[in-house]
Design a protein around this ligand. Structure first.
Ligand SMILES: Nc1ncnc2c1ncn2[C@@H]1O[C@H](COP(=O)(O)OP(=O)(O)OP(=O)(O)O)[C@@H](O)[C@H]1O
Ligand SMILES: [Mg+2]
Length: 257
């Protein structure tokens, strides 16, 4: 299918005796919101590490836009158009909100400092693009606040902005609401909805919160013990007896929050 942006074939990695990701074959469609669900230790983050070049698979292949990218470095994956945020927050705490995003916009525009000062137009573009992203991530009222002084939830939004600045064709988000307060979670959900509706990028989300996954996803992929348990639309997946058994048996996926 030509609308498949990302595909894995029998993707596997083993750590000693542990098959952390085991023969996972999935296709992710362009412009569909895909979520990856699964209990703690299911292999979700490892799966992202494999498709974004952080880990080299011990077996299988990764295709991005039809091209075999198996074994590419994280940097090569970013250049190919893959953006990712991490389970732990990654911002420059001593820099302001604006500076954090601007650095990311700048690196995406591949503008060196010398050129930056010569080309005023380019500078204006970067400034405007930075402001556009600050509006999108709802931090336009805090441009000069030091990132380290933001709340945890705001830092996660900033991190999202930094990834968006790179204009990724696929956005891999690993639990963007991890550690957020109950008030902050709906804000992040709305933000992801806005990004989805803008259609600028294809989002793949790892998330534990079932209501959030259901509200956002077109497709849900369930991993358990490193293996693909099932995939499909939210209704089909949540009614799948194997998924229900994994929930009840494992008791680790939080179905209510
Ligand atoms: N670099 C590594 N070396 C050894 N074992 C690892 C490594 N990375 C992950 N693992 C193991 O692989 C398994 C899957 O871990 P992973 O972090 O992918 O799970 P997860 O589904 O993201 O879990 P969580 O929901 O808790 O974030 C775990 O048992 C973990 O301990
Ligand atoms: Mg994880």
């Amino acid at each position: 299918m030509e609308n498949i942006i990302l595909r894995t074939e029998d993707l596997s990695i083993q750590f000693g005796a542990l098959k952390a990701v085991n023969n996972v074959t999935v296709s992710i469609e362009e412009d569909k919101f895909t979520s990856i669900l699964g209990p703690n230790g299911a292999g979700k983050t490892t799966f992202f590490n494999l498709i974004s070049g952080r880990y080299k698979p011990s077996g299988g292949k990764v295709f991005f836009k039809g091209k075999d990218i198996t074994g590419m470095t994280p940097q090569q994956c970013i250049h190919a158009g893959m953006g990712r945020s991490f389970q732990l927050t990654n911002v420059f705490p001593a820099l302001s909100v604006h500076e954090n995003v601007r650095l990311s916009v700048q690196s995406a525009a591949k503008v060196g400092f010398s050129r930056l000062f010569k080309d005023y137009r380019q500078y204006t573009d970067i400034y405007e693009e930075t402001n556009r992203i600050l509006e999108r991530i709802l931090l336009n009222d805090k441009p000069y606040v030091k990132a380290g002084d933001l709340s945890h939830g705001e830092q996660r939004k900033l991190e999202l902005g930094m990834v968006l600045a790179q204009k990724p064709e696929v956005l891999l988000l690993d639990e963007p609401t991890a550690g957020m307060s109950v008030e902050e979670v709906p804000v992040m959900i709305d933000l992801l909805k806005t990004i989805k509706e803008a259609g600028e990028t294809t989002i793949v989300l790892i998330e534990h919160k079932m209501n959030m996954v259901k509200a956002l996803s077109d497709v849900i992929i369930v991993l358990v013990n490193g293996e693909l348990l099932c995939e499909g639309d939210p209704e089909t997946v949540s009614n799948n007896p194997d998924v229900m058994a994994a929930y009840l048996g494992g008791g680790v996926i939080n179905v209510t929050t």
